[in-house]
Design a protein around this ligand. Structure first.
Ligand SMILES: [Zn+2]
Length: 61
């Protein structure tokens, strides 16, 4: 299982319809809106461990 970096949801990479490649890593998303949010500013989400732990669905907080 992979983690949606935008909202923090767990996503099964075998069935995930939405994914993006960034810096050589593949990220999976639960919805097209999460992918779109990631694609707009991937550095904000791909950074990983810094800042808050996520859990927000809008990606703006
Ligand atoms: Zn999501």
């Amino acid at each position: 299982m992979a983690k949606d970096p935008v909202c923090g949801m767990t996503v099964d990479e075998k069935t995930a319809k939405f994914k993006s490649d960034y810096m050589g890593k593949t990220y999976y998303f639960c919805a097209a809106s999460c992918k779109a949010t990631f694609d707009k500013s991937p550095a904000k989400f791909a950074g990983g461990k810094s800042g808050h732990s996520g859990g927000c669905c809008c990606g703006h907080c």
